[in-house]
Structures are given as structure tokens and as C-alpha cells.
Design a protein around this ligand. Structure first.
Ligand code: PMP
Length: 390
């Protein structure tokens, strides 16, 4: 007989490709499945196969204890160079199981680096509101006598403390704004997860001393758990390597092989008809344009303000194409915006998680197209109901 397919969650049909229309439009997570179609079109060229004996050792062919293969190190640098989003020549590269693993590795490395090590009080870890909730969750979970979560960076703008670590997410999650450090003298961890042409104009190569990137948001392979940091100072780098050594003894060599292949495909297609950045930008630009047109006709909701900008990568002025919509419910009575959407069959992530208050909620624009279509249908209904009853 015909094999029965057990589909995930809201999908059905013999090949599990049919989204069930009575399912909620789940746009809570930043799962980057908008790129799945791209890789379906590169199924053969992006495939990797390796035999049983391959890469069994703890050690890579790279520098001792660096846990990265020379070939991958070279190709990550090349990717940044062709995109023009980071200066790599004077930086060292460290890998993590997703950039998630590197978040705490870098806090550890910076809190124990020379200027902080002599301080008797723990380093204070901060970020500007609204911020990606993981920084707080991880720092709180792992905090030691060397560092502790302090919260809103704006409280420390005039601080004289010499041991502050500031997360600067640029473009920002949730609102897509380009952000800068606000605490003078802080050791900054720039999280550039979204500084790729899919999501934002590349205005200049980023050159922070400590910068985080993730494969999850550039190729879309979140499930491979692969991120990297570019680090200028060798002592900071060695402390981060020490953390990795004690934590996981490096990053899976199998994953490194897969990522190497994906990066090579992205570099090979760059500038041509199948440029992943063109694809990513066009997809997200179209989504943002449809959503912002709809919201502009409503006085119940508003979106973050983003404007067209010159992009060095595309060599033209480009429209906004953020990873998330940061929606605000304008009416006093819509105090819980997340709930307002939930009642209309849309799952989002409430603003309180980002310390921004519950009038805000975050909607992921980077999932697959059918989720986005389902969301737009529900949102159109919500906007038109709202205006008739207003
Ligand atoms: N930083 C930011 C700003 C993110 O949005 C995310 C994922 N949503 C991450 C880091 C972590 O991603 P990953 O662990 O998949 O690399």
C-alpha cells in the first residue's frame, strides 16, 4: 500500500506539503525557513556525503586547539569579503554550536580579560531595550562571580564602572534597527546575526573587536547549529577557546563539512542569477511591503519605521526587508498585543519578553511562504474588522 506519511504539526497530504488552514499562523520563532526553497533549487550542488572513516579525530587540520578546519576558516573569511559586511584580516575565528553557544563563551572571555580580571566586582552585562531575550536568559543561567546580568544598557550610560559588557545587536532583533553601543568604555559584543543583504543594507564592513555571526540567518540552516565569532584581541580569543575546550571540545567536524559546502555554494552563486542574497532580499522585501501596506491602512496597529538605504552589496538604494515585524497595538484597551493577535489565530512573541512592554509583539517574517500567506489572510481580516467596528 501507499506509505502513510506522518507530517509535522500543521502539515498534511501525501508529501506533507499542505498547510492546514485551520491551524494558527505560527510566526513566533525566527526559524529561517524562507530559504528552504532556495536550497531545494540547489539540492544536488549543496549535498554532502562523507565516508565512515572520515574526520574521526578530535583534532582538525587547523591550528592546534582552534577546532576549525583551515578550509572553513578561509571560506568564512571569503564570504565576509564578497559580501563586504565585516573586516576579517585582523581577526581570529572561533566556532560554536550556533551563535547561542558563543554568547556565554564571549561573556566569559571578556569578563576575564586583563582589564576586568583585577576588578573585585563582577562584570555587568547589559543590552538596550528592546533586546534579544537570550542574552539575559543565558547570562542569568551561567552567571559566576565574574559576571552578572544587569539589564537595560541605558541605565549605565553615565556609569564610571570599568567592567561593563554590552550586547549590541545590529540590525536589532526584534525591530531591525541598526544599533550602536551606548555605554562609553564598555567591552562590546556586536551580534551581527542579521547583518546580511537578506535583511539590511550593507553600509560598511563591520569592524568591532568582538563580532558574532550565525549560519542560521545567512544560509538558513538553523538545525546545523553553527555560528562563529570574529575576535581581534588574541587574549580574548584564547579565553573563548578555553571555554569551548571545557564546554564541548570544539564544534562538530561533520557540521563543519556541511557548512563548508553551503558557504562554497553561496560564494559561487554570488553576483549571479542564483545569488542567495538577491533571493533572500527579494523574498523579504515583498513580505515587508505587503505587510506595511496593510498596516498603513489601520489605526489600530503600527510597525517600526524603516527607510530605503544605499547598499554597498547591491550597489543601489534598497527597500527595507527586516527579519521581524515589531508590531504595536495602538489602542489603550489592546494592552496585550500578543493576545489580540492570538485571538485572531496568529501566534507572535510578546513584547514583554524583550522588556519593551505588552503593547508590542514580534512577528517572524522569515518562515516559509505558506505561513506568511496564512498570517496575511488573518491579519487582513483583523484589520478590516477593526476599522468597521472603530
Ligand atoms: N543572536 C540573535 C540576534 C538571534 O536572533 C539569534 C537567533 N534567533 C541568535 C543570536 C542565535 O542563533 P543561533 O544559535 O541559531 O546561531
Amino acid at each position: 500500500g501507499v506509505p502513510v506519511c506522518e507530517c509535522n504539526g500543521c502539515y498534511s497530504g501525501s508529501d506533507c506539503s499542505q498547510l492546514l488552514l485551520d491551524c494558527p499562523a505560527d510566526l513566533d520563532s525566527g526559524d529561517p525557513l524562507f530559504l528552504e526553497v532556495y536550497w531545494q533549487e540547489h539540492a544536488a550542488s549543496s549535498a554532502v556525503v562523507f565516508s565512515g572513516w572520515h574526520r574521526m579525530s578530535y583534532i582538525t587540520n587547523g591550528q592546534s586547539n582552534s577546532f576549525i578546519s583551515d578550509e572553513l576558516d578561509k571560506n568564512i573569511r571569503l564570504l565576509h569579503q564578497v559580501v563586504g559586511n565585516a573586516i576579517v584580516d585582523d581577526k581570529l575565528i572561533i566556532l560554536g554550536a550556533g551563535s547561542s553557544q558563543l554568547i556565554n563563551a564571549l561573556v566569559y572571555a571578556l569578563s576575564s580579560s586583563s582589564s576586568n580580571a583585577n576588578s573585585s566586582s563582577p562584570a555587568l552585562v547589559v543590552a538596550s531595550i528592546p533586546y534579544y531575550p537570550f542574552y539575559k536568559a543565558q547570562t542569568t543561567l551561567f552567571q559566576t562571580r565574574h559576571y552578572a546580568w544587569e539589564g537595560d544598557a541605558s541605565n549605565l550610560v553615565n556609569s564610571s564602572a570599568d567592567n561593563i559588557i554590552e550586547f549590541v545587536t545590529s540590525p536589532n532583533n526584534p525591530d531591525g534597527q541598526m544599533k550602536h553601543s551606548v555605554v562609553r568604555g564598555a567591552a562590546v559584543i556586536y551580534d551581527h546575526a542579521y547583518y546580511w543583504p537578506h535583511f539590511a543594507a550593507i553600509q560598511a564592513p563591520a569592524d568591532g573587536d568582538v563580532m558574532l555571526f550565525t549560519n542560521s540567518k545567512v544560509s538558513g540552516h538553523a538545525g546545523s547549529r553553527f555560528g562563529w565569532a570574529l575576535i581581534k584581541d588574541e587574549q580574548v580569543y584564547l579565553r573563548a577557546i578555553e571555554y569551548m575546550q571545557l564546554n564541548t571540545m570544539g564544534t562538530s567536524h561533520d557540521t563543519q563539512l556541511r557548512i563548508l559546502k553551503l558557504i562554497k555554494v553561496m560564494i559561487a552563486e554570488q553576483g549571479g542569477e542564483k545569488d542567495i542574497f538577491e533571493f533572500g532580499y527579494n523574498t523579504l522585501k515583498a513580505r515587508w511591503s505587503r505587510l506595511s501596506n496593510l498596516i498603513s491602512s489601520s489605526n489600530r496597529f503600527s510597525l517600526q519605521q524603516l527607510s530605503p538605504q544605499y547598499c554597498n552589496y547591491f550597489k543601489k538604494i534598497r527597500d527595507p526587508s527586516p527579519a521581524y515585524a515589531w508590531l504595536k497595538c495602538e489602542r489603550e484597551e489592546d494592552e496585550d498585543c500578543n493576545k489580540v493577535l492570538e485571538n485572531a489565530g496568529i501566534i507572535s512573541r510578546g513584547g514583554a519578553l524583550f522588556e519593551a512592554g505588552s503593547h508590542y509583539t514580534r512577528i517572524s517574517l522569515i518562515k516559509n511562504q505558506d505561513y506568511f500567506e496564512l498570517f496575511m489572510k488573518r491579519m487582513e481580516a483583523l484589520v478590516s474588522n477593526s476599522s468597521s467596528s472603530a
